[in-house]
Write a protein that binds this ligand. Structure first.
Ligand code: SF4
Ligand code: SF4
Length: 443
């Protein structure tokens, strides 16, 4: 166990919706389901315009090992398969379904046959589950460990450290049995010797549920962690629960660890127990411009305008709408954007809250470095970027930056450090791409 914890910051928790039991959104008139909601190759559509689809029907199959299948969460008719402009700027095909309100097919699923590690991984792949905590990494790829004897610890991530978001908290309260079932699957098929359920101390109800649930289980422990941001970030969580550091450029499995989000684990368990693939999400809807915040269960592909309307609409015109929390969330260009597999929250912030404070000159106070969980030097990175020095950016290890925003949050000069880090990483990537050619020319 680590003696010292990695640094983090105290942010207002704003978990207003933690006690709000998720409500189910009435079937929206239309859903638009992108075939790429994960890291890796987009899935390939297997339906055509005019087809009738049912709830849980496969509409796009995984295209290769690093991909994930996509299922419909509604019944209705495929109206078109069109390019959708995603919030990150890329265009991906999306299946647009006009719903019929029948929800035909719902519940008529067959559980997969799982009997060993290979069939377990196959089932995880078929479930359509990807990292639901935000990353969108195909879970089957993460769990498909080449040598299981090297796996020592699996951390079930229930830290949920971003302000506002409580959808994982609701999983741990409302679906604790699925988390327990998921832990048992990891024990049985991954042969995990040590399973840690990591929860921040601002969720005492969750800590109590799992402490009692696993009281007599010598292989499962609950880690109650300080409620600081970014406690739920993978590298931070690993260090703060096991004392082990993921090496630069390495993966958690290199030090015998896998981290899996609690809602991801519950979704896998549900698929293996019932055959229900991932086609709907519990989403926290909150922010200073939302009239009636809450947690809402919605079919994947539901437009955000329907989700906000279900929560009473806006109390004032929002200045910014985000996928995710205020620290790492991504701004959406319009409310036609849809709920994705990895959408755990949508926030609408008032214009006042969304307004970025005025940037002033760096005063070399060092606070950004002191609060960076990865001990990076954001002020120096900014300087190197402005001088167009990718070689310096490489030495400053900007590639490690997880864009958590701690540095920008504590900066008294309101420097836009996260944006600069993103740009710096892009500059470094293009530098690395041409670097061998540069070397050859000078040889
Ligand atoms: S955004 Fe990057 S540099 Fe800033 S605190 Fe987080 S990891 Fe460190
Ligand atoms: S916290 Fe802001 S003002 Fe202080 S050194 Fe870092 S960038 Fe400069």
């Amino acid at each position: 166990m680590a003696g010292r914890k990695l640094p983090g910051i105290s942010v207002p928790h704003r978990k207003h919706t933690a006690e709000k039991i998720p409500r189910r959104l009435p079937v929206p008139p239309m859903v638009c389901i992108p075939v790429s909601m994960h890291i890796g190759a987009p899935a390939r559509p297997v339906v055509q315009v005019g087809d009738t689809v049912k709830v849980g029907q496969l509409i796009a199959e995984a295209d290769g090992a690093m991909s994930s299948p996509v299922y419909s969460g509604v019944s209705g008719k495929v109206k078109k398969i069109d390019d959708l402009l995603m919030s990150a700027g890329q265009r991906v095909p999306a299946v647009v379904i006009e719903t019929d309100g029948e929800q035909a097919g719902s519940g008529a699923f067959t559980a997969p046959c799982v009997s060993d590690f290979a069939t377990f991984i196959g089932a995880v792949r078929q479930s359509g589950v990807v990292g639901l905590g935000g990353a969108g990494f195909p879970t089957a790829v993460k769990l498909d460990v080449a040598d299981l004897s090297k796996l020592e610890t699996i951390i079930v991530n229930g830290a949920e450290c971003e302000p506002y978001i409580t959808s994982d908290t609701r999983t741990m309260i409302d679906d604790a049995e699925s988390v327990r079932g998921g832990v048992m699957l990891l024990r049985e098929y991954m042969k995990a010797k040590d399973i840690v359920i990591a929860v921040e101390k601002n969720k005492p109800r969750c800590i109590k549920i799992f402490s009692e649930m696993f009281r007599d289980d010598g292989h499962v422990r609950v880690a109650a962690l300080p409620a600081v941001y970014p406690q739920g970030a993978e590298k931070v969580l690993i260090y703060n629960t096991t004392g082990r550091l993921v090496p630069e450029g390495g993966l958690p499995i290199d030090i015998g660890v896998i981290v899996i989000n609690c809602t991801t684990l519950a979704a896998i368990e549900k698929y293996i127990r019932t055959g229900t693939p991932l086609y709907e999400k519990c989403v926290t809807v909150d922010g200073s411009a939302v009239a009636s915040p809450g947690n809402v269960i919605v079919p994947i592909g539901t437009p955000l305008r329907d989700v906000f309307a279900f929560c009473g609409g806006f109390s004032e015109r929002p200045g910014k709408v985000l996928y995710g929390g205020p620290m790492m969330g991504i701004a959406v260009p319009d409310l036609e954007q849809t709920v994705l597999k990895n959408t755990n929250a949508v926030l609408a912030l008032s214009a006042r809250e969304a307004e970025p404070p005025e940037e002033t000159a760096c005063i070399r106070c060092g606070r950004c470095m002191a609060r960076c969980p990865l001990r990076l030097s954001p002020a120096e990175i900014e300087s190197a970027y402005r001088r167009n020095r990718p070689d310096e950016l490489e030495a400053l290890r900007v590639g490690l930056c997880m864009e958590c925003g701690c540095c920008a949050y504590v900066c008294p000069a309101n420097r836009h450090l996260v944006q600069t880090n993103k740009l710096s990483k892009a500059l470094l990537r293009s530098y690395r791409a041409v670097k061998p050619a540069v070397k050859e020319e000078s040889a």
